[in-house]
Every structure is written in C-alpha cells, then in structure tokens.
Design a protein around this ligand. Sequence first.
Ligand code: HEM
Length: 435
Amino acid sequence: MVVSGKKAPGPRGNWLVGDMESYLADRIRWLRTTRKEYGDIVRLAPGTMVVHDPELAHEILARTNDTYLLETRQLAGRRQRAAAQARLDRWMAMRHGMWQGFAGHLTETHLARQMAQAGPLLDRHAGDDRDLVDRCRATTGRLIVDFCVGGDPAYSTLAEEAAVRADLLFTSAQAALVQQETRHRFLRRPLASAAAKANAELLRFLGDLIAARRTRHHAGPPRDLLDALLQESRPDDTEVIVSVLRMAMFASHGVPGAALAWIVLRLASDPRVREAVRVEAAACPAGGLGLDRLPLTTAFVRETLRMHPPQWLLTRTAMRRTTIGGYRIRPGQEVLISPYLMHRDERFWPRAERFEPERWHGAPTPLRRHTYLPFGSGPRICPGSRLALAHLTLLTARLAADHVIRAPHIDDVDVTCDGLLLPAGVRGGWSEAAT
Ligand code: HEM
C-alpha cells in the first residue's frame, strides 16, 4: 500500500528545517520521545525520516548501493548523487579486497600473535590521567595496525609510526566533521586542511612501506593484510593496496576505541560481572587466551555493544523514488536508523535498560530479528566485525584479569553523540594489578 503524497507523522516544526533545532539540541531524547508519540516512522524535517521498525530498517540497509547510498552530505543534487554512484564501484572493489584479506587464516595468525601481546599493549597505555577515549583508541588502533601491516618484525618501527599517523588522520578528520567547517571554497578551512594533509602523509607513508616490503618477498602464508594483498597483486597495483590499507586503518580507528571505552566503564561500574569475567579470564593462560574459552567475556562485549553501539545512528540517502512503510521517498531524501534506540527498545529486549550479559547465553536473545545492529547490516555491513569482537574480547579478558581500572561510575558519565556515541570528557584508564 502506498500512502500517496502523505507525509510521515512527526512534529510540525519549522516549514524549512522541520524539527531539526529540537533534534540537534538533544538527539537521543528527541528520537525517544517522538517514537513514543508518532510511532515507528517519524518525519524529522522536510526530506528526512527516522525509521524504528526493525523489518523496515533491515530492508533499507539491505537495499543500500541499489536504492540508497550510504553517503549523506552533498547528495541533494542529481549530479552529486551520480558522482557518488560512480565512486561506489571502486569502493566496493576495495572492500572486496579487504574482505579477501580477512578470510582464511590471516585473522587467526594475527590473533595468535596478539594473544601474548594484549597484556603488554595495555601496560603501554596504562595510567588514568588522560582522556579515556583517546587512551582506548590508541590501544585498539595499535591492534588494527598490527593486523594491517604488523606481520613483518623487520618493520615493527614502521608499524608503530603507521599507528600514530592513522590516529592523526582520524582525530583531524573527526574534528573537521564535528565542527562542520563551511564548504565555501573561498573561506579558510583549517581543520579540513589538516585532515587532508594527514591523509596525504598517511598515503605517502603507506606507499613507502609497500615499496620496502616488496623488496623482502614473503612466500609463506600471509602474516598481515599487506602480505595478503601483495601476494594477490601486480607491481602496478600499489595505489589500490594503499587505498585498501588506508580504508581498513581509517574505518576501524575510532569505533573500536569507543567500544573499548564503554567496556572500561562497564567493568568499573559492575563489580559482580567484572569478577565473573576476571575468573573466566584468569583460568586461561595469558599467551593462550582461546576466545572459545571465554563465553562470558564474549557475552560481556556483546552486551556492551548493545547498550553503547558506537555507530549509534546510520544514515542513508535515497537514490531513486521508493517507499518506506507506505510513505513515498524521493531521490535525495534521507533516512535515519538508530541501533541505539533499537537496542534499548523494550518491545525487542526484555529489561532493555539493564546491563545483563547473561542474556547472551544460550538461546538467541532479542525477541525480534534484525534488532541487534552494532555492525550494521546489508551490503555495507562492517567487514571488520569478527576481528573487532576478537580484539575487544581479548582486551576485556586481560583488563579484568590483571589490571586495576580507574574510571567513574557509568551512571555519572555524560554521553556525546555528535558523531560516534562516546563518554564525554572522561579521564580514566587502568594500571597493572600488583601480584
Ligand atoms: C567495535 C568495533 C566496530 C564497530 C562497532 C563497527 C561498526 C561498523 C558499522 C555499524 C558500520 C556500517 C556503517 C553503516 O552501515 O552506515 C561499519 C563499517 C565499516 N567498518 Fe566497522 N566497526 C568496528 C570495527 C571495525 C574494524 C576492526 C574494521 C577493520 C579492520 C572495520 C572496518 C569497517 C569498514 C571498512 C567499514 C565501511 C564499510 C563500507 O562502507 O562498505 N570496522 N562498521
């Protein structure tokens, strides 16, 4: 059924920008209250709808690349949408290259290397005098860089440098995004310029690293993503390899760090659960942390991602005319889907506001399918989900087993969600427990 020409229900707001002002003042609150008042499809502004229904949300995500684009900004015009569509094939090809890299034994090889390294890595980032999110991002960022380029011990210093450069790119790009510098070309855009410079430097650095690694041909099973890509490539493929590595290092940089920050806060705030995780992890030797032997820790990580999904809001832009739940959508219109709201919806999750890792034991937990979306879904689903879960489980086990955590109680922490869902301005961290 198509509700011809009818607008989705929602607050009246302003004729030009709808209810955007109230939304921007407190996004999560706005989404919660309007869902209660108007239902599972809410109009936020002319051309922007929010979809809370799991089946419809799943359908939208599944139709990404075909009916919807993942890109959001600057897609109002037909020309911009056509350009985004043209970039898509190249992006999906790179994504495929990265996906190939994740397959096979590469993830296992990397994890075997990191089992014993997770403890020392945490110790290198120990302390409690720094922003918790920065500390966590540096920790998870180092693991990702190991996965991408850390397999050859002869280049371990360069892998360190790659981690620093990836962080610089992430922080400058994030600042440019959050501050929303003007897009007028004639005005200065210092944050965007800094991000562009960091990007160019990372690309150059990766090009040099690839050239160096090519001189030491490795014929055995790939030790990292770079080995895997080099073994599949021709000498003139350098630009593609650089793009894939940059994509993996950039897309995976901030999000796992945000997840780890929420894990630290959860460990600090729930002594009962923390003790259970500690006992489970302590039973596994540091060098041989088999992830299959950590069901409780895995459940802890899954539950943290349920309550605090870093990618708390997914956005899609319609490329063509379509309908959602009977409402017409025109090209250029935006659709928002919130994993955060979905994960805390009592209709799908009993005691949704309570942190209960036990809900992940045994039978599948949500009452309805398509209601757990920390990694998205459809053709643009996160390609790093398995690796990310493994990293977070490993770090959680080591944090609980051998570290003292210093962080405020999670109930006292403010949340920011301008980009990722993050604890706002929290200082904290961990130190090695005295034995
Ligand atoms: C806790 C950790 C992580 C979370 C919660 C997460 C979440 C997500 C989500 C929700 C998306 C889809 C966004 C959308 O549909 O709009 C995504 C995309 C992506 N993720 Fe992750 N991610 C994590 C870790 C990683 C890691 C470790 C990697 C790679 C090593 C990675 C690489 C990517 C890439 C390349 C994309 C873009 C895919 C595309 O646009 O086609 N992520 N991630």
